[in-house]
Design a protein around this ligand. Sequence first.
Ligand code: GAP
Length: 511
Amino acid sequence: MAQEDLFKKLVAHCKEYGYVFQSSEIYDGLGAVYDYGQNGVELKNNIKKYWWDSMVLLHENVVGIDSAIFMHPTIWKASGHVDAFNDPLIDNKDSKKRYRADVLIEEQLAKIEDKINKEVEKAAKRFGDAFDEKQFRETNARVLENQQKWDALHNRFAKALNDGNLDELRQIIVDEEIVCPISGTRNWTEVRQFNLMFSTEMGSTADGALKVYLRPETAQGIFVNYLNVQKTGRMKLPFGIAQIGKAFRNEIVARQFIFRMREFEQMEMQFFVKPGTELDWFEKWKTTRMNWHKALGFGDENYRFHVHEKLAHYANAAVDVEYKFPFGFKEVEGIHSRTDFDLSQHEKYSGKKIRYFDPELNESYVPFVVETSIGVDRMFLQVLSAAYCEEQLENDTRVVLKIPPVLAPVKLAVLPLVKKDGLPEIARRIIDDLKFEFNCQYDEKDSIGKRYRRQDAIGTPFCVTVDNQTLEDNSVTIRYRDSMEQERVAISQLSSIIGQQVSYKNLFAKI
Ligand code: GAP
């Protein structure tokens, strides 16, 4: 199936099975804002737990906070967001549609990359086992020609971004003959900067209301609490502060479902270190975070690091963890070495000393920071993109979400084979017993086959069926979602069989 079709099906599936709904749907929706349904919220909570515990439980020197969404407006001046949290926008004069200039160019780069990959795929099929991809990429004329095009465009683009040269960004769009997908024309305006922060007012206007912002990242709530946590927690460098919370950005190009939203959630961790050690910590966190992703078992080949073309002026290293979504490799997480920029800025703007007294050196300094920052919603989309499968069976097809059991919203469904002979009562007793450990669902409607399909579609890893043999020997069948195999087990074994499979501890052992 074409990847685009697959993505459309996934979006429809999310709605049909209570994962994600368009926000304010009965009022025709609100652009790039989404609500999570009964299954979505469970998956989201499980993702957050996986992240939170991997940070806070597994690292003695990482603690969590929960800071407010509203913060003093000067924080956003200090952080640079008021002056520089901008996207370069360009309008098509015919369709009146607005685009991010950098995204248009990135898409052009992706098209060239696609051409190269298709060439490689074709050759791989042609040559079979004898295919040497490296050699092919280094020698095939068409691949080389496209690679040269890609390199030239990439270098020009990186330079324009680094120089903040908006005219050059426009010129690239013109030279590359990029057309508006709606009007099909090249009738472009100039490129302009657009600030992404939402603002509102605090207090009544009669008192002189204060203009405040909805935070565009959770990280600043961590920076401004650095001293509070360091002092009250008697934290010694290196140490980290983790936070999960909502962030808001007035994204202009809000596309690809929950990939880019206007209201979303972030899981961020700022790791404070001694200056000069930050690049070692950057490497360490890169490895730890990549292991966290790969431990979910979606295939190591689907992840890669993308080194930033343009380093923000405060960063001395930055990479993204990218996942191969149905629409290509895209960022899921950013890992940045942010130097002492943020804390120094807050020192400057607040007039308060934000330092660490290093007992070994007997001196105070502003710590450096390594940040890991991942979007909950984007991680959610990553999990579902990887999990969604359509399988052809002997006489049937099934749609199944192969979500890792530990993250699955419902862990087990308990199904009485028939609605009589005391089977429903036994099924209820099993749920009453297991509901303290696992999210369970009871289902007695329709044939057992239909019930299995319903559970496959929401990604329930285990279906437990109560039948007449249960009345005789207290055994049930347990059906495994991915293999569809069934085995007969004692009711008393369920807790340990399922517990083993949905254990965070087992997952953490892989990080
Ligand atoms: N504090 C650093 C920071 O916010 P970022 O790269 O702008 O860095 C970090 O964002 C992560 O937040 C991204 O990797 C992505 O997963 C998520 N994210 C950013 N903007 C988003 C949006 N509009 N919708 C959904 N997730 C978003």
